[in-house]
Design a protein around this ligand. Structure first.
Ligand SMILES: CC(=O)SCCNC(=O)CCNC(=O)[C@H](O)C(C)(C)COP(=O)(O)OP(=O)(O)OC[C@H]1O[C@@H](n2cnc3c(N)ncnc32)[C@H](O)[C@@H]1OP(=O)(O)O
Ligand SMILES: CC(=O)C(=O)O
Length: 541
């Protein structure tokens, strides 16, 4: 069990002259759609501690039973290696002594060694939201900070609406900073609460406040102008030494400064050691793990950690990357635990195909004619509606077919048929029949399904289960249909993408036709050919 004086192990302590402060569990949880249980919060806290942030703001003890329980369980269940736990709350109420204010007592009761107090620094907010005088607000800040420091807690003060307040009444905003600092706050955090600031304004203000007060400053930036990360870095440039961020930028309204690009910039661009050794290379994994816990799909295009962050599509880019990946990448993706990927599409050139072949383990041996043929086929098929960047497995089959000079056939289809029936008893029935040849044998199989494509899938499995028992391990996990060319009524071109998985992974295949069932059939056919091939099965047509 940890008490207020316990800190992390000295050997792993991150440089205290610069604070990486995470507020995913407090401000991140204020995002619409996030609803964390205590168990979720404990899991996220463990991930953040593994990543090596210096401070984890766990919530507002006393505001709701969940946050109160979180602090109790975090103290009992987590042996923090790097981070200190932080409790968040407000300054005392107007006209009440800090020692008599129950919500201030709840902060002490949380047992957290560090407390962040939110304080008003904009005169209009003091008068309209707090409904008190400017002097009483200063007294609220002074008394609450002194009270908590007197109980051995380290205190940070979040000056809410600081930048707007500083524009409206600079003298008063500066007085709040001075009051907090002189009362014993370790860091005074300037908050862009409405998120309306731009980097030059943030930089100039931080400089001015340091000059006027001498206080140690932090920055808390909301992302309403899309500038939260830039504003955070502008504040650091101007002298702030404490950054408040959230994992994946989760937070109130559009979110907060995203922890991952902020720490990556500090480590890789500013050459500042803000994480323990080796932590940055875990960043992609941690970002995705936290997204899983909050039950949001990780953003594919997030800087540094998104799956598309180092995915290259344009042929010209690929041709330079073939010589040196640095030519089209700002960092080596491995430094943040991500990987480079080549995308194949109608924007590919020979270099894209060669690099993709290497990624897939297909040696094209620099054969210009063969590579040129693959480029041509990809471009023709993409024109017809196929998309290979979303269907790696269909591309790999095409590539191997060209490289090996023949398609691997596991069976030969004689015909297939799918029937959708609306019965007089109100039941919708779907039935499919496939006739095929495998291992020199003609097989006819029929099956029912919840739709015509499901019936076809089942009929194919029934037909092949004896000859290829490995098919039993393949599962269809996703099915997407897109109409590519509208306006042609039922003759519109349809693209179907199918995802299939076995015990060791997932792959995607594509089919295109005017008829949605024919497009689905192509995608299924590729899915099974790819699945059998990766299972090492020899064709027995
Ligand atoms: C900018 C930020 O994101 S700060 C974080 C905000 N987070 C949250 O609000 C989430 C948790 N909040 C809650 O659960 C509730 O709002 C509580 C428990 C904190 C307060 O609930 P209630 O007592 O019902 O009050 P309510 O939410 O209506 O209003 C907030 C009160 O705090 C006061 N207050 C606001 N800022 C401060 C401050 N810095 N110092 C002291 N009091 C403050 C308001 O004046 C208001 O007081 P009133 O009740 O006398 O009118
Ligand atoms: C404190 C805080 O969350 C804000 O000012 O935005």
């Amino acid at each position: 069990m940890t008490d207020a004086t316990d800190g992390p192990d000295e050997r792993t302590r991150v440089d205290d002259r610069f604070h990486v402060f995470d507020t995913t569990l407090r401000d991140g949880a204020q995002r619409e759609g996030i609803n964390l249980t205590v168990a979720d919060k404990l899991t996220i806290a463990r991930h953040l501690d593994d990543f090596g942030v210096g401070f984890i703001e766990g919530g507002w003890p006393g505001a709701n039973p969940r946050d109160t329980e979180f602090f109790q369980r975090a103290r009992e269940e987590i042996d923090f290696r790097h981070a200190q736990l932080v409790a968040f709350g407000a300054t005392r109420k107007p006209g009440v002594r800090a020692e008599d204010d129950p919500q201030v007592a709840a902060l002490l009761d949380s047992g957290a060694p560090v407390i962040t107090l939110v304080a008003k620094s904009h005169d209009r907010h003091v008068e309209l939201a707090l409904r008190t005088t400017l002097d009483e607000n200063l007294a609220m800040v002074r008394d609450t900070v002194a009270h908590l420091c007197g109980h051995g807690r380290r205190v940070f003060v979040d000056c809410e609406h600081f930048f707007d307040g500083h524009r409206a009444n600079p003298d008063y905003a500066l007085e709040v900073v001075r009051t907090a600092y002189e009362a014993g706050a370790d860091v005074v955090v300037l908050c862009d609460t409405n998120g309306g600031m731009l980097p030059p304004q943030v930089g100039a203000t931080v400089r001015e406040v340091i000059e006027a007060t001498g206080a140690r400053l932090g920055i808390h930036a909301q992302d309403d102008t899309g500038c939260a990360v830039a504003n955070t870095l502008a504040a650091v440039d101007a002298g702030a030494t404490h950054v408040q961020c959230t994992a994946n930028g989760y937070g109130e309204r559009v979110g907060n400064a995203n922890l991952f690009p902020v720490v990556a910039a500090l480590e890789l661009k500013y050459d500042r050691r803000v994480l323990p050794p080796g932590a940055l290379a875990e960043m992609t994994r941690i970002s995705h793990a936290i997204a899983e816990v909050v039950n949001l799909t990780p953003s594919t295009h997030q800087p540094y950690v998104g799956v598309s962050a180092f995915a290259h599509k344009a042929g010209l880019h690929a041709s330079a990357i073939k010589v040196d990946p640095d030519l089209y990448q700002h960092i080596d993706p491995e430094r943040v635990g991500n990987t480079m990927r080549m995308l194949v599409s109608d924007m590919a050139g020979r270099a894209s195909i060669e690099l993709k072949g290497k990624e897939l383990g297909v040696d094209l041996g620099g054969d210009r004619e063969l590579i040129g043929r693959v480029v041509e086929r990809v471009k023709e098929r993409e024109l017809a509606g196929y998309t290979y960047e979303a269907a790696d497995a269909s591309f790999e089959l095409l590539l191997r077919e060209e490289a090996e000079g023949r398609a691997r056939r596991y069976y030969r289809i004689e015909s297939w048929r799918a029937i959708a029936e609306d019965r007089p008893d109100g039941i919708h029935a779907n039935e499919a029949t496939v006739k095929l040849w495998a291992k020199g044998e003609r097989i006819v199989a029929t099956a029912e399904g919840n739709g015509p494509v499901d019936a076809l899938d089942r009929a194919l499995r029934v037909a092949l289960e004896r000859i290829y028992p490995q098919l039993a391990a393949l599962k269809l996990t996703d099915y997407k249909v897109r109409i590519l060319e509208g306006g042609r009524g039922t003759g519109s071109i349809t693209r179907v993408l199918v995802s299939t998985s076995d015990e060791s992974g997932e792959w995607s295949t594509v089919g295109v036709a005017e008829n949605v069932i024919a497009a689905s059939w192509q995608a299924l056919d590729d899915a099974y050919a790819y699945g059998l091939r990766r299972a090492g099965v020899e064709p027995r047509e």
